[in-house]
Design a protein around this ligand. Structure first.
Ligand SMILES: Cc1cc2nc3c(=O)[nH]c(=O)nc-3n(C[C@H](O)[C@H](O)[C@H](O)COP(=O)(O)OP(=O)(O)OC[C@H]3O[C@@H](n4cnc5c(N)ncnc54)[C@H](O)[C@@H]3O)c2cc1C
Length: 386
């Protein structure tokens, strides 16, 4: 059975190869299934599956750093593929981070078994107007005939959803909706594999992803109309589930953008070093500050990783979010400084920097996005010691 270290080694090799094709990859506007087959083959989908269910996950302390490192590495080679891939452990995190018995235990085992068998997970939870707060859903869920793809109660989910990264690649996508006759939102798993997007099987493509950042993520907007879904078997409040998984999720996204920043620094360094003697004072300062901000971003990431590794949830929530927001700021600043030193050619779509400049901007909008993240940071700031 492959360990997390075995998988990391294989991903490293794939990332090395993909880096050679970077220019072609950065120009893509769609995902290639072959990339995901290769990652699946390397065991990437098994990283968030517990070892006692046949996967690689031992514990936060033993496994989180390696998991984050894998997505950081992959992002330097292909940011869009890394972001879409990162949704898999982020979403499975809901089942991984909350134990329990009964129906929840049965469903957890089925989720893990599906991932081991090669099912790719993602999420299409965001709704226009919700500001990234998944509990502010206005989608609805109606009890339906047994869909059978996962143990649990079957529903049809209806509503407008956007930013479904990995649409067309993912087999399972999570979402939120309010079940008929209830007033609180619940979590659902959509069966997204091999769906037509013409509305005939629950999914209608209403906004094809045309982002200037994370261009190839296929983060489409969809209208769901009784889309086949199974309800998460968690019988407590949704908030308990989301809180438990939130440090893992935030740090996975942060790792992706830090990986993009690592690649930008690595690419810029020799170019700038080659003309170090002729840099004007302004350029010297901008480079020095870019380097310093990247270093700070790495330290913030280290802080988040250590907080996830330890057991205290409020500390981990606060630290992971603080790092995510800080790195979102630092990454934008670093890219701006690098491009000023490297020159106007960085605006060319043939230069990697034009793509990275936009890609790093995604972090602040990923869950929880700017304003919502600050609400949480303020609300938790007096619960934990800095
Ligand atoms: C690159 C990228 C990938 C992402 N991937 C995913 C993903 O895979 N899954 C996922 O669930 N989310 C994903 N997200 C979404 C993210 O998690 C946040 O939910 C999202 O960025 C929040 O968007 P927003 O700030 O525009 O707020 P939102 O509230 O989502 O959107 C506001 C926008 O909706 C319009 N709007 C339409 N109707 C209304 C209304 N009634 N009230 C107010 N505004 C309305 C407004 O004009 C405004 O432009 C992704 C985001 C990015 C940038």
């Amino acid at each position: 059975m492959a360990t997390g270290a075995d998988v990391a080694g294989q991903i490293d090799e794939i990332a090395r190869r993909w880096t050679d094709d970077r220019a072609e990859r950065q120009a893509r506007r769609h995902l290639e299934r072959a990339d995901f087959d290769e990652l699946r083959e390397a065991g990437l989908l098994t990283l968030p599956v517990p070892t006692d269910r046949g996967g690689c996950w031992v514990s936060n302390e033993a496994s989180a750093r390696a998991l984050f490192g894998v997505y950081r590495r992959l992002a330097g080679a292909d940011a869009s593929v890394a972001l879409v891939s990162s949704m898999h452990p982020a979403v499975i995190g809901y089942w991984l981070m909350s134990g329990g018995g009964g129906d929840w235990a049965d469903q957890r085992h089925a989720v893990f078994a599906g991932a081991l068998a090669g099912e790719q997970w993602a999420t299409i939870t965001s709704e226009p107007g919700s500001g990234g707060d998944i509990s502010r859903t206005v989608a609805t869920a109606t009890p339906d005939d047994d869909h059978g793809f996962l143990p649990g109660r079957s529903y049809g989910v209806s509503g407008l959803k956007h930013f479904g990264s990995g649409s067309g690649i993912a087999d399972r996508m999570i979402t939120t909706a309010i079940p008929d006759g209830e007033d609180a939102p619940a979590l659902f798993v959509l069966d997204a594999s091999d769906r037509r997007w013409d509305g005939s099987s629950g999914f209608e493509l209403v906004a094809e992803w045309d982002g200037v950042a994370m261009k190839a993520t296929q983060s489409h907007g969809m209208r769901l109309e009784r889309a086949p879904a199974v309800r998460a078997a968690w019988d407590g409040p949704l908030d308990e589930l989301t809180r438990a998984a939130s440090p893992l999720i935030a740090t996975i996204f942060t790792s992706v953008v830090l990986g993009v920043l690592d690649a930008a620094l690595a690419e810029a360094r020799p170019r700038i070093a080659a003309r170090a003697d002729s840099l004007r004072p302004y350029e010297q300062v901008e480079w020095t500050r870019a380097e310093r901000d990247h270093w700070l971003a790495v330290q913030a990431w280290e802080g988040a990783v250590r907080a996830v590794e330890q057991a205290d949830l409020p500390v981990a929530i606060h630290a992971a979010l603080r790092a995510k927001q800080s790195i979102a700021d630092l990454a934008e600043d670093t890219m701006r400084r690098l491009t000023r030193v490297l020159g106007g050619g960085t605006l060319s779509a043939r230069a990697p920097f034009a793509h990275w400049f936009e890609d790093v901007r995604a972090l602040g909008f990923l869950r929880p996005p700017w304003a919502f993240a600050d609400d949480i940071l303020f609300a938790t700031s007096f619960d934990v010691e800095s």
